[in-house]
Design a protein around this ligand. Sequence first.
Ligand code: HEC
Length: 214
Amino acid sequence: MSLAGIQDRLRRWSPRFSPAWFKAILVAVVAAAFAVPLGVLALPYLELLNDMAVQPKGKAQGHYGWFQGEARIVERPPAAGSMPMGYYPYHLEGKDEATAKQAEASLANELPATLAAVEEGEKLFNYYCWTCHGREGYGNGPIVGPERFPAPPALHTDTARAFKDGRIFHIISRGQNKMPSYADKFTPHERWAIVHYVRALQRSQNPKPEDGEK
Ligand code: HEC
């Protein structure tokens, strides 16, 4: 039915029909048809039962690289200063002798030598270190031997006993020769606890007279 036909019908239906009003209403209806969806878009996002489509989450990928002449979807570079989970910054990088000496000279055990600290260190040592170093630290753990992992020296040699705490902390953090780094396994707190335990282990094998006293 044409617009003129609709107008005819309305005129017959109501004597008060006016073509001007008809046009005004028509324009209002068309305008509303556009305005309502646009208005809805402008409203704050509201969705009932969204089945977790919208949830707080980190998005690993994003558009960037426009300046290389094309839009790519790639892994976003981490924000400046961000650190991987479980990573603890430690300023001495190398596992060479000079850096180990530097650690020895500059770091001191930050953790008071309490029984709790030694016990925490004992637990970690008997989980991570004993496989190579052995329970008592004689370098005879279950994974070392001929055609297996090279045996570490005992932790009771004069050399190892003369190491200052900072050097043991450094060896745990960076490794030494064949020994790998355990930096990603322990917080600095845990490393210092292990250092206390290594000290206790060393004294247990070479006690001083005063260690026998209470
Ligand atoms: C996979 C085997 C392995 C594990 C596990 C391991 N180490 Fe070692 N460690 C070694 C080896 C091998 C050496 C000797 C490296 C070398 O040749 O200088 C060593 C050396 C050391 C030294 C220096 C000894 C010296 O006289 O030079 C210390 C201290 C030490 N480890 C402590 C630890 C502690 C503490 C842990 C646990 C957090 C640990 N290690 C875990 C293999 C291991």
